[in-house]
Design a protein around this ligand. Structure first.
Ligand code: DGT
Ligand code: CA
Ligand code: CA
Ligand code: ZN
Length: 591
């Protein structure tokens, strides 16, 4: 698959460069098509090149074929290298800036002589972009934000992208001779929304050959580059530049090592302080008596020659520190150590606490499956209710429903609901919050629904006042039960509405409106910090998949649950853990 991915990237940037140059629009379009085609397909390109069938793939013309063949053989393409070299090299990285496309890059280059990010930043701050055709204050602001977003995300990969890679690697490490346990640690185990690198900790049985393990690890087929290999640790690059660090420790020290490498750094500082208060010292090997540790014999890369007070499991270490076990999602030094000491840690919500999903789509708008199929899938998951909330009319690209179509859809949902036993279907709608906070439907239409999710989808570049007023107005609208993905942000791609979140939270609390944690990647909206602030004011959350297919429903809201856990959420704070009777009561508060 990685070859398809590389080719997709190659054709995509070739198309962009052609557009920047403003030559041969048709070729640019053809290259984009090839990019999409290869990216979306499971065709074995290598085999297709070998047996000559690559030319038969629809959309692959003569020049694309030459490029693919050369790339498969040599890992590069002379034609595309030449194309890339025909524009200033600094223009190509500009394509990574969210909100900046080839057309604008062309304009910046041709009209203002900008050939790289440094010049772009300078031109913006010196006001040199003003007066350019199509370059209003808003567009300039978008570019500025894009540059900031890119800087913030630099080198950090999304949680959803890192998880399958880390899981696959850990599975491989567990199979290596002598390894008894392996887990990923670091920010990934804490479920941060973006990940700098993947950290893996493995335990080795007594007399196991640790150097053989690191060697087998760096020899895995997924490894693209070896950065370092030693007897107890190794660092490699996988998946086009993602770093993975492996640490191997004796079984006895596994818990302490996992704790240390899970972090966060600040959490570690806090618990080390707690150890010192108790006359102990905590390091990556274990928890030790401080005085004995100072005298003990030490060798680099090896545990000290001394019996630890605790080290085998994380639970042992927390216990010996006089602390309750802190779930990894909470280990961010946001007060969790104090709560662990006072035995006041929240009992975090889990995926299994969910009784239903309140934000899903069907073929009526832009979903892939019918009402029946979604209902059956929800039932199979053990859900006792499911809200069907297709898009409203403003979402034309998503085939949003007019009032008339919506009311027919409601009737259809009710009909399926009567037929299907063991699950309650709620006929709802994801109603667009228009730019000024009015909704896409009037109250009379909303009254026909069992539940209303109101969400912002467009005009996400408002200033803070306008954006906040917009959401407040939606919260105050009768019948609105949930604000869906309240900011509209996309991780690493779009900042979303700059809400004054405390005002939104206060109003939601007063109006009995739940705020969503949308579990769809890359939304995760609200994020952990905002969700935590909402809980502090007594606002209820709703954690939903926003599923557009039975498959995304089946994953339940695992990513959304991770955000909620990082926010310290308990099950009773989330309306879709309620029984259907309690949920209906909550909904009725708004009518
Ligand atoms: P990332 O990779 O930037 O998303 O964030 P982390 O938290 O995974 O950080 P990373 O990979 O640099 O280190 C993994 C863990 O190892 C980190 O959470 C805590 C621990 N650690 C690393 N360096 C230090 C250090 O200098 N002091 C302490 N106390 N812990 C460290
Ligand atoms: Ca890391
Ligand atoms: Ca690391
Ligand atoms: Zn939506």
């Amino acid at each position: 698959m990685s070859l398809n991915h590389d080719l997709e990237r190659l054709f995509r940037s070739a198309a962009a460069v052609m557009e920047i140059k403003g030559e041969s629009v048709f070729k640019a379009i053809a290259f984009s098509k090839v990019a999409r085609l290869i990216g979306d397909s499971t065709i074995d390109i290598k085999a297709a090149v070998e047996d000559g069938s690559v030319g038969d793939i629809e959309g692959v013309g003569k020049s694309s074929r030459t490029i693919i063949e050369e790339f498969v053989r040599t890992g590069r393409s002379t034609d595309i290298d030449e194309l890339m070299a025909s524009v200033p090299a600094g223009l190509i990285p500009l394509l990574d800036i969210p909100g900046l496309g080839p057309k604008t890059i062309k304009l910046l280059w041709k009209e203002r002589g900008i050939t790289g990010q440094g010049e772009l930043v300078a031109a913006i701050s010196e006001g040199k972009l003003e007066g350019l055709a199509g370059m209003g204050a808003k567009k300039i602001q978008t570019i500025k934000e894009g540059i900031d977003l890119l800087a913030a995300s630099k080198g950090r990969i999304g949680l959803a992208d890192a998880l399958p890679i880390a899981t696959a690697l850990v599975d491989e490490v567990r199979k290596l001779a002598g390894v008894t346990h392996a887990e990923y640690a670091g920010s990934l185990r804490r479920w941060r929304e973006t990940i700098g690198d993947i950290d893996i900790v493995a335990a080795l049985k007594a007399k196991g050959d640790s150097a053989a393990v690191t060697h087998a690890f760096v020899s895995l087929p997924m490894v693209e580059k070896i950065l370092g290999e030693g007897p107890t640790k190794a660092s490699v690059l996988v998946d086009g530049g993602l770093q993975v660090d492996l640490r191997i420790v004796p079984e006895l020290n596994f818990g302490a090592a996992l704790l240390y490498f899970t972090g966060s750094k600040d959490h570690n500082v806090k618990i080390r302080g707690r150890a010192l208060d108790k006359g102990l010292t905590l390091n990556e090997w274990g928890l030790y008596n401080l005085a004995d540790h100072e005298k003990a014999e030490k060798h680099t890369g090896q545990p000290p020659v001394l019996k630890p007070v605790a080290s085998k499991t994380e639970a042992d270490v927390y216990k010996a520190l006089g602390l309750r076990f802190v779930e990894p999602e909470l280990r961010e030094a946001r007060g969790e150590v104090e709560l662990a000491l006072a035995d006041k840690l929240p009992k975090l919500i889990t995926v299994d606490d969910l009784r239903g999903d309140l934000h899903t789509h069907t073929t009526a708008s832009d979903g892939e499956h019918t009402i029946e199929e979604m209902a059956e899938a929800a039932k199979a998951l053990g859900f006792t209710y499911l809200a069907i909330t297709d898009h409203s009319k403003s979402q034309q690209l998503a085939n949003g429903l007019t009032a008339e179509r919506l009311l027919k859809h409601v009737a259809a949902i009710r009909k399926v609901g009567e037929k299907i036993k063991g699950i309650t279907l709620l006929a709802g709608c994801e109603v667009d919050i228009l730019v000024d906070g009015r909704l896409d439907f009037e109250e009379a239409v909303l009254r026909e629904l069992d539940i209303v999710v109101a969400s912002p989808h467009v005009s996400l570049k408002q200033d803070a006042d306008k954006a906040t007023d917009r959401i407040l107005r939606a919260i105050d609208t009768p019948c609105v039960n949930i604000i869906g993905h309240p900011t509209g942000r996309l991780i690493n791609a779009r900042a979303g509405l700059p809400l004054e979140i405390n005002k939104v939270i206060e109003r939601a609390a007063a109006a009995n409106v739940a705020l969503e944690i949308n579990s769809g990647w890359p939304r995760l909206d609200l994020n952990d910090v905002n969700a935590r602030a909402a809980l502090a004011r007594g606002v209820k959350l709703s954690i939903n998949t926003d599923a557009h297919s039975t498959m995304s429903l089946q994953r339940k809201a695992a990513l959304g649950i991770s955000v909620a856990r990082r926010a310290g959420t308990t099950a009773d704070e989330v309306i879709n853990t309620f029984t259907i009777a309690a949920l209906k009561k909550f909904i009725a508060l708004k009518r």
